[in-house]
Design a protein. Sequence first.
Lengths: 454, 302, 279
Amino acid sequence: MQRIESVRQLALSVTCAILFAGTVAGAAVAQTKVVRVWHTETDPASVKAVAEIVERFEKAHPDIKIEAEALAWGDLEPKIQAALAAGAPPELSHGQPITCTALQQQGLLLPLDDVVKAIGESNVWDQIKQVCRADGKYYGLVHAAGTSLLIYRADWAKQKGLKAPKTWSDLIANAKALTMDTNGDGKPDVYGLTIPGDNLFINILVGELIAANGGQLFDDKNKPLFIDKRMIEVLNFWKELTTALPPGWEGHGYLDTFASMYGQKAAMMFQGYGRGASLIEKYVPKEMQDTDHFDVWMKPVGPSGNKPAVQVDEEPWMLLKGSKNPEAAKEFLKFFYKDENYIEYIKSVPIHFFPITKSLRQSAAYKEIPMVKRWGGWLEVQQEALDGDLAKPTLVVKYEDLNTKPYLMQVLGSGIIRDMVLETVVEGKKPEEAAAKAQARAEALIKKAGYAKW
Amino acid sequence: MHSSHRRRTASVQTSQARLGILLLLPAMLLLAGLTLYPVLYGVWLSLHHKHSFFPQQSWAGLENYWFLLADPEFSESVWRGVVYSVSTITLQIIIGVGAALALNQYFPGRSLVRGIVLFPYVIPTVVAVILWKWLLNNQFGLINYGMVMLGLTDEPINWMGRTYIMTSLILISVWQFFPFVVLAVLARLQTIPTELYEAARVDGAGPLSRFLYVTLPQLASVLFIVVLLRTIWMFTKFDTVWLMTQGGGAEKYIRTLPVYAYLRAFHYYEAGTGAAASVVMFLLLVVFAAVYFMMFRREEQL
Amino acid sequence: MNRRSAFFLQRFSLALAIIALLLFTAFPFAWMAATAFKPSQEVFYWPPRFFPEQATLSNIARLFEETRFLDYFRNSVVVASATVLLTLALATPGAYSLTRFRFRGRETLAATILFTYMFAPIMIIIPFYVMVRYFGIANTHLALVLGYTAFSMPFALWMLRTFFQSIPLDLEEAALTDGADRGRAVLYVVLPMALPGIIATGIFTFILAWNDYIFVRILITSDELKTLPIGIADLYNSSVIDWGMIMASGMLVIVPVVIVFSFIQKFLVAGWGGGGVKG
């Protein structure tokens, strides 16, 4: 009989569960305006800072509810896609600069000029204003900027008498010198260099290297330039670097390469960012947490280039057309960029997040941030790159590329460039051969997308 | 015997077909509503050119399919999917059957051990993958340390690099899914009449021949179904493979068919081509199932 | 070789096999637990040490302070339980019907159920999202429950069907001749006998809902509605790989599951056995 009792209970609970779920669903559709905010800063400190700003905002605007969600890059795209397909995009989302312009050209974005006006147009750094701008309007507003950095072990470099590398061959020489066998077993325990092997970072790096080598990825007719001499030089350079890279480097993610640095298993990190300073302060012994041990160099120049190039990590906020409460979202952004709120966000990863407003960067409060004081040298190198126009977003060589090459986001997603690098560097194919294959694939992709003009 | 059975059951198996359909209807409606529409949408999408973000779309006919046939990446991913499925299923069956045989013996603490063996199957895939990535980590991982200590390798191996990532993926998948085989086989082992073994023993059969001639034929039916289900599940397995490549892991070398379809749809932004790839995956499985039934079904019913 | 030594050899090899099996399955969990109690600098010791030198609860503390682990946990339990209830409520009568009634297309129906598994779930997610959005239930647990129920339905129907097949019809008939109506016959005779199978099916359904990643990722936006797999994946993806905290979360995820499973493990095995899984 007990069993039958439990069957009855089961039926009852099912009914209850369904009713309950229905009520929960109903309650979610309350009267307040909901603003969905998708961002890609998943660091707990940043998530916390955003939550704090949201809380303050909601207190000041009781009729608006902000639903902020932090997502890894890999998860963001399918989510945006599903939301667009359902005709229910979020109000605000981060995106790569190339994604921003592609969406803007399809008329899927709303301008953020009101927000820029509220911040004060002259208060925003000029470099920032070039991102995702069309017809004189701002379709994207960068949340914070940070350039890529060549991080190195200053103590070891000093021991070996190494200087800042000016050219790619200098870098290779340094990397070789810093590949060390510390325990005398004939195998290196410290590798001269560490770089990530995942798709996004290989693309970032190729974009950066081709710019530092005086080249371009695509010509004015959108034809890929992968079989160009400058690209072959990039591939050959990468191949030479492998003598100083740990075996299996292609299996390392971005954070693994940081781990190599603070885990004392690598001496240089080619694709580092200011975030590294936060990680160093967390994981290395106290007496090593300074620029005497971990410092940064400006990146070197390729054989066919004449000035260095770095990538700038500056994802814009995008305001999506068709979302329910765009005006409320703008209010949130205006609030977000107010000095007293924005500094909370910047503080969560201070050396990586450059404020986009001059007012904050020049404020005493910013300069007083302890990490800004400790890692000032890292900020100077980034400032130099930004002021000298050496820093460009992923796969962008000239700023016009953002508007004239909307297919860049597909090129990035396709992994064509990553495959070309891995085939050369890991699988041992001839650079010309791998480049020719990538050229054919990229040509097919651009034709299919309807941008081929050659 | 068959016909008398049928006559006897006629009173319960009445012609109350309406009641039967009524009882099945809710389940079928849910299934149809929530999976049929998405599947048909996928088929429709595969016949169109459609950018994943942008609204415009145009009729493509079979162009997406022709494109796939000509795409070397696609055929590579099919091949990788086959390698992955065949090797994981073979290992799952061998380890699973072996484990079930051992767990069917009596020994102290048996039910505890049975419980432990099931753990890998009940934890979220995310946890399983992260746990193994930590064990296999090439800089701080325990497995590398053990291998260096035992002299199996000179220096730590990067298990997520080109050479070993497929091996690592297979290892993790087998670890995660072999308990399913254990469950199914163990259940069947418990229903084998002990008289069969005694008869074999009287005939002088050793442990090996008892396994070959008594146990294995009894397991045929359950293995038939387990292999079928696991093939479908491994061939369409996405999360384990995809999570392997998140935060490091040479994705290029474990790009199986479901991952290829996902990349086409979400990273190349070619929703139509992605849908076409998953339709092809579906068709390949249908063909497999048909061949599989033709080859084994008859014997299994004997 | 005499009988006695043969016996010992057999026991010895059994012991070896059991130990190997335990090492393979349980050792990773042991390492997980060991890491969960290490302070962050110790996690990166090389050579690694198995036991923490200064065991700490700080990883677990941070998990509760800095993340919404408890919320995620509760959500996972709610969603997975509701999925089990709904699936069983729909699949039990369905499977019963497939074994007891004759209607046109019954056999083909059973076979086509299998087909739904052959379509990759990742391709279903977007149209599925479009649908739940249309019905206004995106970003609710209800959407997840419905999705998981649909996905576990084929397997549930199939497993329960083989189970009902094994219950002799005579018993039902006896109840019917005693004057009970069909509903009572099912309630008092068939269901109690099928209970182990129903529980086993429930467990497989639970596992599916408990493990899912991609549905939650796409369908759920509010942090307070997320389930554990997403919560843990976000910890992993966040810009600081905090191995100690991640391992602590993994450990806490499995502890309750392990407790529950050690109690119901016998039903799992029985569930498969009862039906004989003849396909």
